[in-house]
Design a protein around this ligand. Sequence first.
Ligand code: PRT
Length: 107
Amino acid sequence: MTTFTLADLEGIVAERAKADPSQSWTAKLVAAGQGKAAKKLGEEAVETVIAAIEGDRAALTSEAADLLYHLMVVLKIGGVALQEVLEELEGRTRQSGLAEKAGRQNG
Ligand SMILES: N=c1c2ncn([C@@H]3O[C@H](COP(=O)(O)OP(=O)(O)OP(=O)(O)O)[C@@H](O)[C@H]3O)c2ncn1[C@@H]1O[C@H](COP(=O)(O)O)[C@@H](O)[C@H]1O
C-alpha cells in the first residue's frame, strides 16, 4: 500500500509551479492562469463522471487521479491550502450531509 498523500501531491505542485513552463505541465498551467487550469479540472471531472457511469474501474482510477492532480493545481493558483479544505471537511463531520442540506434549505 502506498504512503503517498494529497499533501505530498500539494508539495510537488508547489515545487513544479516554479519550474520552466516548457519543462513542466504544472508550470505551464500556472502560467496559463486559473481560466485554463479550471477548464482542465472541469474536463477531468467530466471524464471521471463518464468512467464512473460506464463502470470502467481502471478508467475511474486514472481519471480520478487526473482530477485530484488538477484540483491541487487549481487550489494552488487560487491560493487555497489543502489544509483549509481539510478543515472545511472536518467541520462537516459534526453532522450528516442530509442534515446539512436540510439546514441550507430551511435557512
Ligand atoms: N499527477 C500529475 C498529472 N496528472 C495528469 N497530468 C497531466 O495532465 C495533462 C492533461 O491531461 P490530458 O489527458 O487532458 O492531456 P492533453 O491531451 O495532453 O492535454 P491538452 O494539452 O490537450 O490540454 C497531461 O499532460 C498529463 O500528463 C499530470 N501532470 C503532473 N502530475 C504530477 O505533477 C508532477 C510534476 O509534473 P510536471 O509539472 O509536468 O513536471 C508529476 O511528477 C506528477 O506527480
